[in-house]
Design a protein around this ligand. Structure first.
Ligand SMILES: *[C@@H]1O[C@H](CO)[C@@H](O)[C@H](O)[C@H]1NC(C)=O
Length: 369
């Protein structure tokens, strides 16, 4: 991204006001969200990879889902994902994975989850983990389902109106670092690009996909920034730092991506009146948890609840492995993913947090537009 628009805070406040007024005029202030469409990686995948024979990135076995009412479903945590929790807050049923066989028209009326573990913004990210849907494939999958969606919405409402009021949640980019840029023996990216350049490349590719979804009729976007990946057990276990320290260099790289994403939502909000693009400050929320774990009731911040090796971060939960018993006291469930207890905090902050959590507005406000 060559030029990034820099906007003054006063101008931003003005933009938010204009945005509210223009969207109210378009949608008449209706408060119910008809559907949620999810794009992303294992942080929000709810079972798509179960159906991929060659994928190594699966979570459809115990102890994943240990605290979920359906058990192991392919969710990469012990309980609910952020998406499940947002569905509860928005009064939407849990969203079926795109790959569910014979997903009937009635079940897609409230949304579809296209997210896929090991998938990245770049098509090549995560390739050594086998089959997965990259973001661009997920967007194609959504596009292929527009006719089914038209049928599911039916005569009561036209598809255009349905999509315009639906919420889109995008959680992607972690694999472009963990399973690409940070693996110099498998990927050339870190030999070719400096961290700032790589972040720009990701933001440019992400922008194209967001604009495609927008041109297909989706208008309400929540785009999560990246968490402090230098602090996940997988990165702490690399041996570069003492096990109780985060890898600062990795967190710095993530900062370039997050800064770019925040600037992007300003640009998009300016150029696409009638649509809203929100930046979710995942980094800030997880950072706060890691800096003040006792405020949230967490006891263990550097070790996974389940897994093998240093910080239980070298290998993810093995099938039938017994996890820690006190899951609500752990920040990390496995080498890469947070526990449900952390997801609860993230979902709450995404739903009704202040501008430091969700910028320029939160999901609750976005839903009311
Ligand atoms: C989406 O489209 C694909 C490809 O045409 C199809 O196989 C699948 O059943 C559709 N899924 C939904 C949720 O409509």
């Amino acid at each position: 991204m060559g030029q990034v628009l820099l906007l003054s805070p006063v101008f931003n406040m003005f933009m938010i006001l204009v945005l509210f007024l223009s969207m109210k005029a378009v949608n008449g202030g209706s408060s119910t969200v008809p559907a949620m469409f999810v794009f992303g990686d294992s942080l929000v995948d709810d079972g798509n990879n179960n159906y991929m024979t060659s994928s190594l990135a699966k979570a459809n076995y115990y102890p994943y889902g240990l605290d979920f009412y359906q058990g192991a479903t392919g969710r990469f945590t012990n309980g609910k994902t952020v998406i499940d929790l947002l569905c509860e807050m928005l009064d939407i049923p849990y969203i079926p994975p795109f790959n569910t066989p014979n997903l009937g028209a009635s079940r897609i009326a409230r949304g579809v989850n296209y997210a896929s573990a090991a998938g990245g913004i770049l098509d090549e990210s995560g390739f050594y983990l086998g089959e997965r849907y990259s973001l661009s494939q997920q967007v194609l999958n959504f596009e292929m389902n527009l006719s089914e969606l038209r049928n599911s919405v039916g005569v009561s409402e036209n598809l255009k109106h349905h999509l315009a009021r639906s919420v889109v949640v995008i959680v992607i980019g972690s694999n472009d670092y963990i399973n690409n840029y940070l693996l110099p023996s498998l990927y050339a990216s870190s030999h070719v690009y400096r961290p700032q350049e790589f972040a720009n490349l990701l933001i440019n590719a992400l922008t194209r996909q967001i604009l495609t979804l927008n041109s297909l009729g989706l208008k309400k976007f929540f785009i999560a920034g990246l968490g402090p990946l230098g602090c996940i057990p997988n990165q702490r276990s690399t041996g570069e730092v003492p096990p109780d320290r985060c890898v600062d260099g990795v967190n710095e790289m993530i900062g370039f991506f997050n800064d770019g994403l925040k600037a992007l939502v300003d640009q998009l909000n300016l150029k696409h009146p009638g649509s809203i693009f929100v930046y979710g400050n995942t980094y800030g929320a997880i950072g706060d948890i890691l800096n003040n774990p006792e405020d949230y009731g967490f006891e263990v911040i550097d070790k996974a609840c389940c897994g093998v090796g240093r910080n239980r971060g070298e290998i993810s939960c093995l099938p039938l492995q017994t996890p820690c018993s006190n899951r609500n006291e752990y920040v990390f469930w496995d080498a890469f993913h947070p526990t449900e207890a952390v997801n609860v905090v993230l979902a709450q902050r995404a739903f009704n947090g202040p501008t430091s959590d969700c910028y320029p507005i939160n999901i609750e406000q976005m839903a009311r537009l």
